[in-house]
Design a protein around this ligand. Structure first.
Ligand SMILES: [Zn+2]
Length: 217
C-alpha cells in the first residue's frame, strides 16, 4: 500500500494539473466511451446506451473539475494577516470523493486538516475547497494527502500543518482482492505537528484518530 517514491516527488501543488498532448474534443471523448462499451461486450448502438457516452463525459467533467482550478491561487487570494492568533485551527470530517489514478475507481473518504497559524489564517471553507480541488483529480491517497499539506504550508507559512485522510478505495472493495470495509489512513505532519509530540497528540485527539492507524507520507 506504500506509495512509490516517485509519486511523492510529484506531490507539489500544481504537479498534476495539465494533461500532456492537448485536450481531446468532446466527440473524441464520447467515441472513447463507445470503444470501452464495446470492450465490455455491449452494443453502444442499443437504445439504453445511446446517451451513455455523453453522460459519462459530463460525469468526467464533474469528477475531474479540479484540474481547472489552482488551490494555490485560491489560498493566496483569501488569506488574512492576523498577527498573534496562534491557536490550532482544525477542520475535521471533510468528506471527499476522488478517483484512483490506477483504475479510475472511486476513492471515498474524509480528510481532517489542521494548522497552527503564524500570521496568516484562511476561512475554514477554503480548507474544504483545497481538499475538494485535489480530490477532483486522478489521485493516489498518499499524493492527495501530501498535496493538501504542502499547499497549506507553502501559502500560509504556518508553524505547522497536519493532514489525515481516511478513505475506502473501490478498486480494492469491488475488484481485485475484494476487501469491503477496509480503509486506509494516511497522514502528513509538517512543522510543529511533526516535531512536537504533544501538538500532534492534540490534533489526533480532536479528530479522533489513533496514531497507530496512521501511515505517514
Ligand atoms: Zn485503484
Amino acid at each position: 500500500m506504500r506509495a512509490p517514491d516517485r509519486a511523492l516527488k510529484n506531490a507539489g501543488p500544481a504537479s498534476n494539473r495539465t494533461a500532456s498532448g492537448g485536450r481531446p474534443s468532446r466527440d473524441e471523448a464520447e467515441e472513447a466511451v463507445r470503444t470501452l462499451l464495446r470492450w465490455a461486450g455491449d452494443d453502444p448502438a442499443r437504445e439504453g446506451l445511446l446517451d451513455t457516452p455523453s453522460r459519462v463525459v459530463r460525469s468526467y467533467e464533474e469528477f475531474f473539475s479540479g484540474y481547472a482550478e489552482d488551490p494555490v491561487e485560491i489560498l493566496k487570494r483569501t488569506f488574512k494577516e492576523v498577527e498573534g492568533y496562534d491557536e490550532m485551527v482544525v477542520l475535521k470530517d471533510i468528506r471527499f470523493e476522488s478517483h484512483c489514478e490506477h483504475h479510475v475507481a472511486p476513492i471515498i473518504g474524509t480528510a481532517h486538516v489542521g494548522y497552527l497559524p503564524k500570521s496568516r489564517v484562511v476561512g475554514i471553507s477554503k480548507l474544504a475547497r483545497i481538499v475538494e480541488i485535489y480530490a477532483r483529480r486522478l489521485q493516489i491517497q498518499e499524493k492527495l494527502t501530501a498535496q493538501i499539506a504542502n499547499t497549506l504550508q507553502d501559502v500560509l507559512d504556518p508553524k505547522g500543518v497536519a493532514v489525515v485522510v481516511d478513505a475506502a478505495h473501490q478498486c480494492m472493495t469491488t475488484r481485485g482482492i475484494h476487501k469491503p470495509g477496509v480503509t486506509m489512513v494516511t497522514s502528513r505532519m509538517l512543522g510543529l505537528f511533526r516535531s512536537n509530540p504533544s501538538t500532534r497528540r492534540e490534533f489526533l485527539a480532536i479528530i479522533g484518530t489513533p496514531s497507530d492507524r496512521l501511515q505517514n507520507v
